[in-house]
Design a protein around this ligand. Structure first.
Ligand code: 5GP
Ligand code: ZN
Length: 115
């Protein structure tokens, strides 16, 4: 828990979120500024700054994020048509919240390469 971290505040229930899935390790909730018909953020409850900060001790949390992303995709009916699973690190990628999160984006054709 990092006191000044927005997503830690959401995990702690201090800031509301539209939660779609919760386990002991992860939380999945709808993005406040959706970029596609389905835009869900999957986060580990543990405070990890970004993919660059992942270490050996984080393996189960990372696996739980991917398991949750699959479940979100199934629940949102994205698994047959397809979806994008993406994480941003640093300024050039546009990371704006410094707590690891995976965007699950779908419900429309996703352009490639991304902007
Ligand atoms: P990043 O730009 O760091 O990859 O993604 C951060 C995401 O968090 C953005 O898509 C942004 O819309 C979303 N976001 C920022 N603040 C909040 C919030 O308070 N609640 C929710 N649900 N999403 C947020
Ligand atoms: Zn955090």
């Amino acid at each position: 828990m990092s006191e000044d971290c927005l997503f830690c505040q959401i995990v702690a229930g201090k800031i509301p979120a539209d939660t779609v899935l919760e386990t002991d390790r992860i939380l999945a909730f709808r993005d406040i500024n959706p970029q596609a018909p389905v835009h869900v953020l999957v986060i580990p409850k543990k405070h990890i700054v970004s993919a660059m900060e992942l270490g050996d001790a984080d393996g189960e949390d990372l696996a739980a994020c991917f398991e949750a992303a699959r479940e979100v995709a199934r629940n949102e009916r994205l698994d047959s048509g397809g979806f994008r699973l993406v994480t941003n690190h640093g300024a050039e990628a546009g990371q704006s919240v410094f707590h690891l999160h995976f965007h699950v984006l779908g419900g429309r054709a996703m352009g490639w390469p991304p902007g």
